[in-house]
Design a protein around this ligand. Structure first.
Ligand SMILES: O=C(O)CCC(=O)C(=O)O
Ligand SMILES: [Fe+2]
Length: 424
């Protein structure tokens, strides 16, 4: 399916924002289509010997679904080279082993998801979630009720997709005007990630075609690889399960702040703008100079990640990079920038990254639970200390997401960060 000439998002933005800043942003994005800047490489970096002389090619390995690769990575695009001060050192690259003294909390959430009648059991889960959000912004959830068979089906679908020939994946390539689909050139903090990904969002009216106007959001519309109905059905089923689980987690977070459980529901509902992403991190010839995903904070409310057993996801805590150890069947949860704003910094969106790996490819599946695009996020009154000012001005989620996507898809200068919304 081809994207209809980029007009749809413009039209939609016009409706949502009455031709204001966001529309101009979209137009800028479209202008930026003429080619990615090559100026982004910070001087003083060490160039890997494997770099292509022309410095442009990026050969991404394709898997056959069993961890074997149909092509090996031959070159590192200079755009992937992380500035020296943000690379993994030998010490922090090994921080996901058991010798680390502190680790991301693991929380049994069965009482929460089973709607236990034992209120004290629910309170204990809520308390642990609140403490984890405060100290880490991360936790792992076990006994979450999502069947292992669904996780296995998801893992198989993901491996099968990334094993497809590059031309086939490119048929559903995302673009400046449609954020949904395949990409192997995502930027994080102006550095190209060592990964391939596939993104999709909610289909508001599943009986209508994906590109029907009723199914469009500011992100565009879903694109699915042709002739692979199982891929779509497994992913959409998983998406719905993630929406349900995220809603419960958000209820726990609300309760941990002393709010009504359903406090955040008003911002989500049927028109939530969540994103599901399949990530494939190919084997990398030189993980000392590149990252699977460069350091970043997630933009939305919360993220629920399923990861395989390879490891490499790290969170910055107490000035140290700490690995999030893979636990079979567990979900890794982290909060995002909108939660930081709502809670007025009580829960901070954590900086995290994914290491590249020389020996094993890695697969992960984050589900980014995001509010509806009409949402303006502002500090919740109950989270602001009496007699003090809220730390943030209201943030238009639509604009924030759009600006972040601009940074993901093309190098147009500094990516938007939540610190820019601090009241000053
Ligand atoms: O691959 C992972 O475990 C996490 C990826 C991530 O942080 C992201 O896509 O925002
Ligand atoms: Fe992330």
């Amino acid at each position: 399916m081809t994207a209809p000439a980029g007009c749809i998002c413009l039209q939609l933005r016009t409706e949502l924002d009455a031709g204001n800043h966001v529309q101009r942003m979209r137009q800028n994005l479209m202008r930026g289509r003429l080619g990615r800047s090559r100026i982004g490489i910070v001087s003083g970096i060490v160039r890997p010997t494997a770099m292509a002389p022309h410095g442009e090619a990026h050969t991404v390995a394709s898997g056959d679904g069993n961890g074997n690769f149909t092509s090996m990575v031959a070159e590192i695009d200079p755009k992937c080279i992380v500035p020296e001060e943000h690379r993994a050192t030998e010490a922090d690259a090994s921080s996901f082993d058991d010798s680390v003294e502190r680790s991301v909390p693991v929380i049994d959430i069965s009482a929460l998801v089973q709607k236990s009648s034992d209120e004290s059991a629910i309170s204990r889960v809520v308390e642990q979630i609140g403490a984890a959000c405060k100290e880490w912004g991360f936790f792992q959830a076990i006994n979450h009720g999502v069947p292992q068979e669904l996780l296995d089906e998801l893992a198989a679908a993901e491996r099968e997709f990334f094993a497809l020939p590059l031309e086939e994946k490119k048929r559903v390539n995302r673009s400046i005007t449609n954020a949904w689909g395949y990409a192997n050139d995502e930027l994080t903090k102006r550095t190209r990630d060592w990964k391939e990904c596939f993104d999709f969002g909610p289909t508001y009216y599943p009986d209508l075609p994906d590109d029907h106007e009723s199914n469009l959001s500011q992100d565009g519309f879903n694109q699915w690889p042709e002739g692979r109905p199982k891929f779509k059905s497994v992913l959409t089923r998983y998406f719905d399960v993630m929406t349900g689980l995220s809603t419960k987690l958000l209820e726990a977070i609300a309760m941990s702040l002393g709010l009504e459980a359903d406090y955040f529901h008003q911002y989500f509902g049927k028109k939530h703008s969540s994103i599901m992403r399949l990530n494939f991190y190919p084997i990398c010839p030189d993980p000392t100079v590149v990252m699977g995903v460069n350091r970043h904070k997630d933009a939305g409310a919360l993220t629920v990640i399923s990861q395989d057993d390879v490891g490499g996801l790290q969170v910055l805590n107490g000035g140290k990079w700490i690995g999030v150890k893979p636990i079979k069947g567990a979900f890794v949860i982290n909060i995002g920038d909108m939660m930081q704003v709502w809670t007025n910094d009580i829960y901070k969106s954590p900086v995290h990254r994914v290491l590249a790996n020389k020996l094993s490819a890695r697969y992960s599946t984050p589900y980014f639970f995001n509010p509806a695009y009409e949402t303006f996020c502002a500090p919740i009154e109950a989270c602001v200390k009496p007699g003090t000012e809220p730390a943030y001005q209201p943030v238009s989620w639509a604009q924030y997401r759009l600006k972040r996507y601009e940074g993901d898809v093309s190098d147009r200068g500094e990516e938007v960060q939540i610190a820019q919304y601090v009241k000053g």
